[in-house]
Design a protein around this ligand. Structure first.
Ligand code: ZN
Length: 319
């Protein structure tokens, strides 16, 4: 098995650009896409006009639609030109419909549901191995267009404003694990987030588990709604940002006529790069629209206070 390193995925990327036309064409198109910059709650947010992402932002992810399509992450259904690097249960492949100048998808080899709880350690390990990348996870009702096939994605670090924002954000500590793992709360461009900063996989996973159990459960959902982003911040050290969600898509996504904005927020959007797949939305969207969408899909101040109470209550979920 090939070793998973940043050099190996760079080589994979170059190879795919040479041998896989669809992918090469889409990366060439991406280099031409228009962007607009906004300030939202004092932070930089970029809007990217990316028509190729319509398949993802407008994807039907209800059970009936999923049951009637072939899973595009299963090996048997992938284009013949698509190559990958195997790592544990996963394969790293080039995403042919990119947002990032280098964008990878990391599906499991087995067709199994999108769930984070037992895989957060893998996510941290991936971030440490692929130091130049940010790894991200979209929950089954929070932007994943394949909620039935477990996968992470990876994009080059420094592309989303969130990494720099977290580095300078005012953190409020909620819990600790040992001497070198900390769980805090913070705000990034108006979104309430939880941050696990840890120097060991074990410490980081324990704090993530405590957070996971404290998140609001949704009746009809298989896991608490969330997006997760993770990147390394030094040898063995990784930051995990959990963005708890209360809504899959904002109301403007469904409205007809003038008020419509086809924006379906996932990790990258909430990381500060909002994807507009329709030109009219790209041209019309304002900083106020972005702030309203973020606050509609992310959790409120009262909800985050409730989560913090749950985390601090040692008997929570043991009763
Ligand atoms: Zn599959």
């Amino acid at each position: 098995m090939e070793e998973l390193t940043i050099d190996a995925i760079e080589a994979l990327f170059r190879q795919q650009m040479t041998e896989w036309g669809t992918s090469r064409d889409n990366y060439a198109k991406l280099s031409q896409v228009k962007v607009r910059e906004f300030t939202v709650h004092g932070s930089r947010v970029v809007v990217q006009c990316n028509p190729e992402r319509l398949r993802s932002s407008a994807a039907r992810v209800d059970k009936a639609a999923i049951a009637h399509r072939e899973c595009f992450l299963c090996t048997a259904n992938r284009p013949v030109e698509q190559r990958g690097i195997e790592w544990g249960d996963y394969t790293v492949i080039v995403n042919p419909y990119p947002i990032f100048p280098k964008h990878f998808t990391i599906p499991t080899r087995k067709h199994t549901a999108q769930r984070i709880v037992s895989r957060i350690g893998d996510m941290r390990r991936l971030a440490l191995l692929l130091e130049g990348c940010t790894i991200f996870y979209n929950g089954p009702c929070c932007g994943a267009s394949a909620p039935d096939h477990c996968h992470f994605q990876a994009g080059v670090k420094g592309f989303m404003p969130i990494e720099a924002e977290i580095a300078s954000a005012a953190m409020s500590e909620v819990a600790r694990e040992g001497s070198d793992a900390r769980l805090s709360t913070a705000q990034v461009h108006g979104c309430n987030v939880m941050v696990v900063d840890a120097a060991t996989v074990d410490g980081g996973c324990k704090l993530f588990d405590r957070l996971y159990r404290a998140l609001p459960q949704c009746n009809d959902r298989e896991e608490p709604m969330m997006n997760v982003l993770c990147w390394s911040t030094g040898e063995h050290r990784a930051t995990v940002v959990v963005i708890p969600r209360r809504k899959h898509r904002p109301d403007c996504y469904y409205s007809e006529g003038e008020g419509k904005l086809l924006i379906s927020p996932a990790s990258v959007d909430l990381g500060g790069v909002v994807i507009a797949s329709r030109k009219e939305d790209f041209e019309r969207i304002t900083a106020e629209d972005i702030a309203a969408i973020f606050s509609e899909v992310c959790i409120t101040d009262a909800e985050i206070a409730g989560i913090i109470d749950n985390i601090k209550d040692k008997n929570y979920k043991l009763r």
